[in-house]
Design a protein around this ligand. Structure first.
Ligand code: SF4
Length: 285
């Protein structure tokens, strides 16, 4: 059950009122679930239902109401209820974040997990925090997004033949999911790769976490993966092979976290250079 809501607040784009966390089927922009969407309660549900998902819509709906990790469910809902002061006048999504973007992408971006006051607030991946500001600005400069920023679900932002996923779908305390939580969430990721990878030609991994998750998921789907395991680095690349023999390029990029961008470890030029290369290799520029 969802926690007892405190009070309804207006969505910044639509003005419609929502309690936090947002119950499914109440009209949040782009929200994929209905009140009858089944909610996974444990790792066994996730494994079984992810394997059964026949469409991205079905998968995204079930991801968005998942409650299989007790610690992450409690954390995301607590943040949604307590809110950061700057967003105290907004409803918080407070639920898992499905993949977002083109359902038939040529480029796939792999992140770590939603931010507690970013995607956990707005309901859209990398939306509403500084990491997302960097990422969407770069996607726009390189011709892969229609708008310079992604502020809220329903703002009109669109990705061009590009999709973004988080390895773990719920905001974790300190941005650190446990190994067990990562494993519990992995079947959702595997299912999304199964559904979108037929058109993907480039995977851009944001940070070591996204890089390792990409390699693990590719192996599980029977892809050819170089041995020894390719090492992550900014600009690193590895050539994967689908089971049908199609090439897929894995590129590495430092995560646009505040830790990396505020210290100069990742600059705008560095990010744009890798993003442009990913777009070129995917045949999008
Ligand atoms: S992290 Fe993944 S498996 Fe765990 S509750 Fe969130 S969506 Fe479900």
């Amino acid at each position: 059950m969802y926690r007892v809501p405190t009070r309804s607040l207006p969505h910044p784009m639509t003005g419609n009122l929502f309690v936090s966390p947002v119950p499914p089927g109440t009209g949040w922009p782009d929200a994929p679930a209905t009140p009858s969407t089944r909610s996974a309660d444990d790792a066994a549900d996730v494994t079984t239902w992810a394997a059964q998902a026949a469409t991205l819509d079905e998968l995204s709906a079930e991801v968005s109401v998942c409650r299989a990790c007790p610690r992450l469910t409690a954390w995301r809902e607590t943040v949604a209820l307590e809110k950061r002061r700057a967003f105290a006048d907004q409803p918080y999504w407070g639920r898992p974040i499905p993949g977002w973007g083109d359902p038939h992408p040529r480029l796939l971006l792999m992140g770590l997990a939603p931010a507690a006051n970013g995607a956990n607030r707005t309901g859209r991946i990398f939306t509403g925090d500084r990491s997302g500001d960097w990422l969407f600005a770069s996607l726009h400069r390189t011709g892969l997004a229609t708008r310079h920023s992604s502020e809220h679900a329903g703002d009109g932002q669109q990705l061009l033949s590009t999709r973004i996923l988080c390895t773990v779908r719920c905001a974790p305390p300190d941005n650190k999911p446990t190994v067990a939580e990562r494993a519990t969430c992995a079947p959702w990721l595997l299912a999304e790769w199964r559904l979108v990878m037929p058109t993907v030609r480039v995977v851009l991994a944001l940070g070591t976490y996204g890089w390792d998750a990409s390699l693990r998921t590719a192996r599980e789907l029977g892809y050819g993966v170089p041995s020894p395991k390719p090492r992550f680095g900014h600009g690193a690349h590895a050539e994967l092979r689908t089971p049908e023999g199609e090439p897929v390029t894995l590129l590495g990029c430092y995560h646009p976290s505040q830790q990396n961008t505020s210290t100069g470890r990742l600059t705008t030029v560095m990010l744009d250079t890798v993003m442009a290369r990913a777009g070129d290799l995917a045949g999008l520029r």
